[in-house]
Write a protein that binds this ligand. Structure first.
Ligand code: F58
Length: 794
């Protein structure tokens, strides 16, 4: 890319003047950031156009990734790095009297997702672009992404997030790409054809974001749909002064893309959520068919050119929608349409939690999408007919509900889990009968993370050390990290590795002081648990251990303890009371611990509010210890576990999700394992007294529960946690008590290892060196080969 600091500087100035409309003397940080973003965007347009042209010219098979969530984070720096322009951009800004880092941090996170599932979609988009996999992401352009979290007296308080109140410099509005989406109404038969006359319609219009891969070799499109009213506002009513009624179509449209649903605890059928899912999916399928028909005419060949991936069941209505369009619009026979759809579709499952699996009442589905309800029943009947041995338990429609998991499974040619263990459990537990009927359909593609964002961008010093040690080019060939391994024997390398870690810890200590007002010792062990707050992720067990440690220090104030900073980050779903109580407890314990003079620097609790992608980029490079402590069998994969280990944190974890494979890769001697296996968990629950027995046999845990029950962390309201303590004694479904003693044992091992600085340094460096497998490039290659039948255009 022939670009100099001088020419880039003049690009920025041009944008400041002509696109932002500001002169230099009046420009704010925001104005400068926009000007810089536009100048960078210009550089993406070239690879973007050439990629699009290449795809058309060669008629490459295209992959369409359908997801209700994309947890993108900030875009500016990521784009600059992938274009190889970060240094030039920073220098140009310096010339202009601006600090590049300040501009980078001025950008709000695009938080169009809840957690791992949404972040995975963002990593996968980036890897598809890096690998030159011709692809499109489809999603929704939520006006408000995930809520912003604040703490008030330790309680989580949610406020709307408003990333779109500012200009979004990386999107292109495409008013010409526009589709009508129908809801409700009725279906009639005309000349043997079924005709759906919707009762409500909304327009989907496209907003495109280019996604540029490593070194700008390829760029794909993330197309987010916004909603517009189909009828302009009612002028007649407006003139009569009936302003509210006049604006009704607009209100209806706006509600559809207003908010991201933040509920990942239990499935709750909500009409608006179903409408959102259908809105996104129908717009995507119509767009896919429009593209196809521009150059092809035989829709029976669709699967040769098109692969559609459903990110969980949220877009599973894609199957009946595609069939509907093939049959009702293009006149294909139903059975052929079903066959074509199934060859195009793939389904990724991200959860085994039965309460999180989507089900819609047949009444709601029949009301909102009457034609789709008919088609779903036809799919179900066709599947039953083709599989006469199938039991009623795997019907899509049963107990007056439409089961989206079964629909997605039956209508996909491949179903994948997200880690080796999870995929086995999908086979043996979730879809055991369907797996027997369709052997080979369930496969595994272990998740991955993009090393461009999660190492190069988030941890620039470590990235530099790696490049200095093994040479350039590991960013898109992460297996090369293995070349670090011989250097781990070299004490100079280990020192350099740990110096990077220490710098990151110093920097993060300063950040914590600024954001939370807490002083921490950068030489303490930074113990990090960052993820959504959920019972199965067992932040509660971590808090219990924190209390036990506090208690130990209280009992022996002169003892020799390894100093620790317990760092938590994460949001609870707004309606998930039990998780909110855990948030409150973390804050309450933090308050007591951090103000206790006996602790000195030996224990601190830091819980910065509003964990998001940018905060992850701050915390992960500074972590010594990664907490991956879910009840075995519950965490489908985890991806934070990968980011932390890649950045040289050691894992304390259970044999759950991708932890199993991380441990295989880094070696059992470089991983702090504890806890029951998934099989042992099932057995343990059969003992109705599991919690009570575990508590009775651990004095430490008994003390912890006693301290909480006495109100030691909630003196103004001593009975605040009686419910929590009671549930731990008497139900404890996620087996916090049963795993506690072994967790404590592993934590002691962590402390002992941390005392031996050299041993720790070796283990940390080996973690980084052996994490190459977890690049999302490897995952995407797996999808391309095993599911999509797609090849790289590069
Ligand atoms: C996550 N799921 C899994 N769901 O929990 C995690 O183990 C896995 O690594 C990750 O997917 C990627 O495969 C997840 O994040 C959600 O946030 C949903 C949002 C919408 C409602 C249902 C859950």
């Amino acid at each position: 890319m022939n670009l100099t600091r001088e020419s880039f500087r003049s690009d920025i100035l041009n944008h400041l003047k002509y696109t932002v409309g500001k002169d230099q003397s009046h420009a704010s940080t925001y104005d400068w950031r926009l000007a810089l973003s536009f100048a960078l965007r210009d550089r993406i347009v070239e690879p973007w156009f050439s990629s699009t042209k290449d795809t058309w010219d060669h008629d490459h098979k295209r992959v369409f990734y359908l997801s209700m969530e994309y947890l993108i984070g900030r875009i500016l720096e990521d784009a600059a790095i992938n274009l190889g322009l970060k240094d030039i951009a920073a220098a140009a800004m310096t010339d202009l009297g601006q600090d590049f880092d300040v501009l980078v941090h001025d950008e709000p996170d695009a938080a169009l997702g809840n957690g791992g599932l949404g972040r995975l979609a963002a990593c996968y988009m980036e890897s598809m672009a890096t690998l030159g996999c011709p692809g499109y992401g489809y999603g929704l352009r939520y006006e408000h992404g995930l809520f912003r979290q604040r703490f008030e007296n330790g309680h989580q308080v949610e406020t709307p997030e408003d990333w779109l109140t500012q200009r979004h410099p990386f999107e292109f509005e495409r008013p010409e790409a526009c589709y009508t989406i129908g809801f409700k109404g009725h279906v009639t038969e005309r000349d043997g054809q079924m005709v759906w006359e919707p009762g409500e319609t909304v327009l989907a219009t496209a907003y495109d974001m280019p996604v540029v891969g490593w070194e700008g070799r390829w760029a794909n499109t993330l197309r987010l749909w916004g909603a517009k009213p189909t009828t302009l506002f009612d002028l007649e009513r407006f003139n009569r002064g009936d302003y509210t009624a006049a604006a009704a179509p607009e209100t209806l449209a706006r509600t559809i893309t207003r908010v991201l649903y933040p509920d990942d605890t239990t499935f709750q059928g909500k009409e608006l959520r179903l409408k959102q899912e259908y809105f996104m999916t129908s717009a995507a399928i119509q767009d896919i068919l429009r593209r196809y028909m521009e150059v092809h005419d035989d829709l029976t060949e669709l699967d040769k050119h098109v692969a559609i991936q459903m990110n969980d069941t949220h877009p599973a209505i894609a199957a009946p929608e595609l069939i509907r369009l093939l049959v009702d619009r293009y006149g294909m026979a139903f059975s052929k349409a079903m066959d074509v759809a199934q060859k195009c579709l793939g389904y990724t499952n991200h959860t085994l939690l039965p309460e999180a699996l989507e089900r819609w009442s047949t009444w709601l589905m029949g009301t909102v999408l009457p034609r789709h309800m008919q088609i779903i029943e036809m799919i179900d009947a066709a599947h039953a007919m083709a599989n006469p041995t199938r039991s009623a338990g795997v019907a899509i429609v049963r107990n007056n509900e439409v089961h989206m998991g079964e629909l997605a499974f039956i209508m996909s040619h491949k179903v994948n889990g997200v880690s080796a263990l999870h995929s086995e459990l999908v086979k043996s537990q979730l879809f055991s009968e369907l797996n027997k009927l369709h052997p080979g359909r369930i496969i595994n593609v272990t998740n991955g993370v993009t090393p461009r964002r999660w190492l190069r961008l988030a941890n620039p010093d470590l990235a530099r050390l790696i490049t200095d040690t093994i040479g350039a080019g590991w960013e898109d060939n992460l297996d090369r990290l293995a070349e670090l391994e011989p250097h781990v024997e070299d004490s100079a390398f280990r020192d350099a590795f740990m110096a990077v870690k220490r710098n990151n810890k110093v920097e993060t200590s300063n950040w914590m002081k600024k954001t939370c007002g807490i002083d921490v010792d950068p030489d303490a062990l930074f113990d990090v648990q960052v993820k959504r707050i959920h019972e199965y992720k067992r932040q509660l067990m971590n808090v219990f251990e924190t209390i036990a440690q506090w208690h130990e220090i209280k009992k022996n104030p002169e003892g020799d303890f390894v100093p620790r900073v317990k760092i938590f980050g994460g949001k609870s779903a707004p309606g998930y009371q039990v998780a909110k109580e855990i948030v409150h407890l973390i804050n309450d314990v933090g308050h007591v611990v951090n103000t206790d003079p006996d602790m000195r620097d030996r224990l601190k609790v830091v819980y910065p509010a509003n964990y998001n992608v940018s905060m992850a980029e701050q915390l992960i490079p500074a972590a010594d210890l990664s907490e991956q402590i879910s009840t075995a069998g519950k965490e489908a994969s985890g991806t934070g576990n990968m980011k932390l280990s890649l950045n040289g944190a050691l894992t304390i974890g259970t044999l759950d999700g991708a932890n199993v494979e991380i441990r295989e890769q880094v070696g059992s001697e470089n991983f702090f394992l504890f806890g029951m296996t998934a099989d042992e968990v099932l057995l343990r629950r059969k003992n109705v007294n599991h919690a009570r027995e575990a508590i009775e046999s651990s004095q430490a845990l008994k003390d912890v529960l006693q301290l909480i029950a006495e109100g030691r962390f909630s003196p103004s309201e001593p009975d605040r946690y009686h419910g929590l303590v009671d549930r731990t004694w008497n139900s404890d479904y996620f087996l916090v008590a049963s795993d506690f003693a072994d967790y404590q044992r592993a934590q002691i091992e962590v402390d002992e290892t941390f005392r031996d600085k050299d041993k720790w340094a070796r283990m940390a460096a080996i973690n980084t060196a052996r994490m190459g497998f977890f690049s999302s490039d490897r995952s995407i290659r797996g999808y391309m080969k095993e599911i999509w039948g797609a090849t790289s255009a590069l």
